[in-house]
Ligand binder design. Structure first.
Ligand code: GDP
Length: 313
């Protein structure tokens, strides 16, 4: 497994960035797993307990951690197939994540692909919207962006400044304007200009669940009305440093609307990379991108192999 991983990894242009972004997690998680692996002399309660502690401390969450440790124990006869306990453990994590849930974004459509960005203030939603605009523009897509977070002072200006710098059209709202009405304008403009994509920074405020649901439902409805099949994706932005609180928040969003993917921000500032496993377990949603810093280029599509390599090397 590791030799395959290294081969893939050596082809990856941004491996240094990926690894440096994940440095904090590597120290705690990887070093501890390696230490266990070096002293490995068979499975006993002490080892399982230590694995459990390492997983919990990296924010895998009790549910997922229990399942991972159970699988580790049940399939222990496979350790010899992997050369070391460490490599076997990584394989268990890999199988646990199960990439089969990740469907690629379907860009082959006659209409602009609409992506709604949702999340609480401070999660990095607006920054991530700007990063995604750059990411898809760099891929040659004609992108336009909606600055529809009309409630957070500054969010609209933030997007507008980015859009100007990146040379993409920005459809913006006035302070306190209904985000849905900004979305209507943005959808129409995206169609008129023949854009491939519309990425929309929205304001889904988590005051209470009913309120959140009402706002998000309305945003969905207006997109549906303007563009066939829209919104094609709704991505929830979560701050990885909030750990299990982020997971709770995510549940509130997924109950309120049809979230199709997660973007984890601030992975550069946390030693708790395990939150990726918690999301996979508790939410059954793919992690689409990782945010690894404040700059527009600090965004990486989520890649399970690179992620595992990053947290363990
Ligand atoms: P919003 O309220 O969710 O729209 O949050 P912002 O996009 O304004 O981001 C809040 C803060 O988090 C800002 O200071 C961003 O620069 C910062 N931020 C966003 N993403 C990342 C990230 O991936 N890494 C780091 N270190 N900071 C980030």
């Amino acid at each position: 497994f590791f030799s395959k991983l290294k081969e893939k990894f050596s082809r990856s242009e941004d491996k240094d960035k990926y690894l440096s972004g994940l440095t904090p997690s590597r120290k705690t998680f990887g070093d501890r797993i390696r230490a266990l692996s070096n002293n490995y002399h068979g499975i006993d309660d002490e080892l399982l307990e230590e694995l459990m502690v390492i997983l919990l401390e990296s924010d895998v969450g009790i549910h997922a951690a229990q399942k991972i440790v159970d699988r580790f124990e049940e399939n222990a006869s496979r350790i010899s197939d992997y050369g070391s306990m460490e490599e076997y453990f990584i394989q268990i994590l890999r199988e646990f994540y199960d990439e089969s849930i990740v469907l690629p974004l379907n860009m082959e459509q006659d209409v602009p692909v609409v992506i709604l960005m949702v999340g609480v203030n401070g999660s990095g939603k607006t920054t991530t919207t700007a990063k995604l605009v750059k990411y898809y523009k760099d891929q040659g897509k004609k992108v336009c962006v909606a600055a529809a977070d009309t409630f957070r002072a500054g969010a609209v200006d933030q997007i507008e400044t980015w859009a100007e710098r990146l040379g993409v059209e920005c459809i913006k709202g006035r302070p306190n304007q209904d985000p849905s009405s900004v979305l209507v304008d943005a959808c129409r403009r995206a169609k008129e200009t023949g854009a491939d994509m519309l990425i929309a920074d929205t304001a889904g405020r988590l005051q209470n669940k009913q309120n959140l649901m009402n706002e998000l439902t309305k945003m969905h409805r207006v997109c549906e009305r303007e563009i066939e099949g829209a919104p094609h994706e709704t991505w929830l932005v979560l701050d990885a440093t909030t750990g299990q609180n982020g997971i709770l928040q995510a549940h509130q969003f997924t109950e309120a609307t049809n979230v199709t993917g997660i973007i984890l921000t601030k992975m550069d500032g946390t030693a708790k990379g395990g939150v990726v496993m918690a999301i996979r377990d508790g939410l059954e949603l793919p992690v689409r991108f990782l945010g690894l810093g404040e700059k527009p280029e600090d965004l990486r599509p989520f890649d399970l192999d690179l992620y595992l390599y990053g947290i363990t090397k």
